[in-house]
Design a protein around this ligand. Structure first.
Ligand code: ZN
Length: 282
């Protein structure tokens, strides 16, 4: 099952995607794709609905992030060995976890707004996982049972704020709009083997990132298990699981985002995002 949220930012409505790829409104059944709606029982109920009985969503609508009321938005650093190499950093012995601000969450095709002091904004296509069941100290063997679904994430990162300021990576990872999610939340039965998914990102039509989740240093299950040692994961929490090589920081010469740039990125089976980079007026 593919779930989505559509409408103006902050006022998104829930929908599911039918076999023809058309959005069907779920407002008559759930208030939002968030919280308890992500539990296995609730998702099973939605999966039993006949999409033909749901009102089709007409017109060209904006898609929001496919999950609402995200409580924690956690990133994983250096989780592909070839990306760690291009970043000139050593492979971690356990997953590097960092925070992204939940206010960075955006729709999959929203413009990316760059403040004029953000000179080193960079792209990172990633597989993100959305938690559906509270998870505390879970084993890797059972960790995937706590997953509601998967989506594409562009873990946009301002490298100067991330690496050249004091403290944590948060400053470079939390800008407004630096966390596009979606287009869909794809449930595990439909996502298939999440350690065998191709990822790509094109910048202005040129392929810049290519990867496969089989190259992760720590698997999705290991990441959930490890994270759940340090905090209870709750329904609606999002973990984005790291990026393959090909980011702007790793290029010679380095290349960072500028107004006018266009990104297209995707993960096999989870859909694609498109973003335009625009100067933020403030
Ligand atoms: Zn990342």
């Amino acid at each position: 099952m593919k779930l989505a949220r559509y409408g103006a930012a902050g006022q998104e409505k829930p929908a599911l995607v039918d076999a023809a790829g058309r959005l069907r409104d779920l407002s008559g059944h759930v208030e939002d794709i968030a919280g308890e709606v992500l539990s296995p029982g609730s998702l099973a109920r939605l999966a039993r609905l006949d999409p033909d009985t749901l009102p089709p969503v007409e017109g060209d609508v904006r898609l929001g992030a496919p999950v609402g009321r995200v409580g924690k938005f956690i990133g994983v650093g250096l989780n592909y060995s070839d990306h760690a190499a291009e970043a000139g950093m050593k492979l971690p012995k356990d997953p590097i976890l960092f925070s992204k601000a939940t206010s960075s969450i955006a729709g999959p095709n929203d413009d990316v707004l760059l403040p004029d002091y953000a000179l080193k904004a960079d792209w990172e296509v990633e597989l993100a996982v959305v938690i559906g069941t509270p998870a505390r100290q879970v084993s890797a063997a059972r960790a995937l049972e706590y997953v509601a679904g998967y989506c594409v994430c562009n873990d946009l990162s301002e490298r100067a704020f991330q690496l050249e300021t004091s403290g944590q990576w948060l400053k470079g990872k939390g800008l407004d709009g630096f966390g596009p999610l979606g287009p869909y939340l794809v449930t595990p039965d439909e996502a298939g083997d999440v350690q065998a998914l191709d990822l790509f990102l094109d910048l202005n039509g040129e392929r810049t990132q290519t990867g496969n989740t089989s190259r992760m240093v720590f698997s999705v299950a290991e990441i959930i298990a490890e994270t759940s040692r340090y905090m209870t994961l709750l329904p609606g929490d999002v973990i984005t699981t790291g990026t393959p090589p090909g980011v702007g920081m790793g290029r010679k010469p380095q290349r960072f985002l500028r107004p006018g740039d266009e990104m297209r990125l995707g993960v096999a089976g989870l859909g694609e995002q498109r973003q335009r980079v625009v100067r933020r007026e403030d």
